[in-house]
Design a protein around this ligand. Structure first.
Ligand code: ADP
Ligand code: PLP
Ligand code: ZN
Length: 298
């Protein structure tokens, strides 16, 4: 077994481009993790393109893979990571998988990106919201919603930093001791809010990071962000602020800036369509991010 960890990552796969597992597996490997990907879908490209084709894994097929691992005594994991999930039956099976893995390793960390939508729009079936709220959030160790997802999970409208902090507190009460709202937009400013409740009932330690908003739309950034938060969290379990600084720094300096520069150099208008991140080209910034953006504690 590796000394850092072994991650079961259940996410999308795209043949071309970087979302889901394509965006999470490489950085986790660079940070020293053994990563076992299960591809919840295999699509030609991400769904932001005009069309896509491919296959969707169903709950039974996920069960088959887990049974295969179990039959060979291969169910020891330190972490499970989940991202985009398209159906209630698949999400229910994931719940069974978490319970099974926790029976093998009671210390299993479950990092959940509750992918449901963005900018006011749901891109999963409405029934999924309820399942996330009632069954998934209670099992999660770390939750990484965006603003819209945090609103869906808490029923709160997030219009201020205070609202963001309160949403984190509500989510702690439901289960996860670590919550990172990866971005909220307030008055044109991008803000990350992190919250670590070190013991049940205690007031959570909270912080924010102000992020310079780049005028372009990127895909796969949420998936990459969650993978980096998992990766650094395991190395600094009691410093969520430092973990978030490292993760945000990689995203800003390396990927977004490098991606933007590359597209511009190639003569593309970065505001015209969604951009694929330059992940492989940014391996140095993934391994050794230069922390420029600092967390401010509340
Ligand atoms: P999701 O893709 O899940 O909605 P976010 O939009 O919160 O996730 O993006 C995750 C991270 O990616 C943010 O915390 C931020 O660091 C970075 N990011 C994404 N889009 C931008 C942008 N336009 N400008 C600056 N940073 C961005
Ligand atoms: N998975 C698939 C198949 C997608 O098409 C997308 C976005 O288009 C994502 C995951 C998530 O992307 P993001 O990290 O930008 O939310
Ligand atoms: Zn997301």
């Amino acid at each position: 077994p590796s000394d850092t960890g072994r991650v079961l990552s259940i996410q999308s796969h795209t043949v071309q481009g970087y979302v889901g597992n394509k965006s999470a597996v490489f950085p986790l490997q660079l940070l020293g993790y053994d990563v076992d990907p299960i591809n919840s879908v295999q699509f030609s490209n991400h769904t932001g393109y005009p069309t896509f084709k491919g296959q969707v894994l169903n709950g039974q097929q996920l069960c088959d893979l887990i049974e295969g691992l179990e039959a060979n005594d291969l169910l020891f994991y330190t972490h499970v990571l989940t991202g985009y999930i398209g159906s209630v039956s698949f999400l229910d099976t994931i719940l069974e998988v978490i319970n099974k893995l926790r029976a093998v390793n009671p210390k299993l960390t479950y990092v959940c990106d509750p992918v449901m939508g963005d900018e006011g729009k749901l891109y999963v079936p409405e029934e999924l919201v309820h399942v996330y709220r009632e069954k998934v959030v209670p099992l999660a160790s770390m939750l990484t919603p965006n603003q819209f997802e945090a609103e869906k999970l808490t029923g709160l409208r997030i219009n201020s930093e205070e609202d963001g902090r309160e949403a984190c507190a509500i989510l702690h009460a439901a289960g996860p001791s670590k919550v990172v709202i990866t971005s909220i937009t307030i008055g044109g400013i991008l803000l990350l809010i992190g919250s670590h409740q070190k013991e049940k009932g205690l007031k959570p330690e909270q912080f924010k990071i102000l992020i310079h908003k780049i005028p372009a739309y990127f895909t796969g950034t949420g998936d990459l962000m969650t993978a980096l938060l998992l990766g650094w969290s395991n190395k600094y379990p009691d410093n969520l602020d430092k973990v978030a600084e490292l993760a945000v720094s990689t995203l800003q300096q390396a990927l977004l800036r490098r991606t933007l520069d590359d597209y511009k150099r190639a003569g593309y208008d970065p505001t015209s369509s969604s951009l694929e991140i330059r992940l492989i080209q940014s391996q140095e910034e993934i391994r050794n991010p230069n922390v420029e953006l600092k967390a401010e504690r509340y």
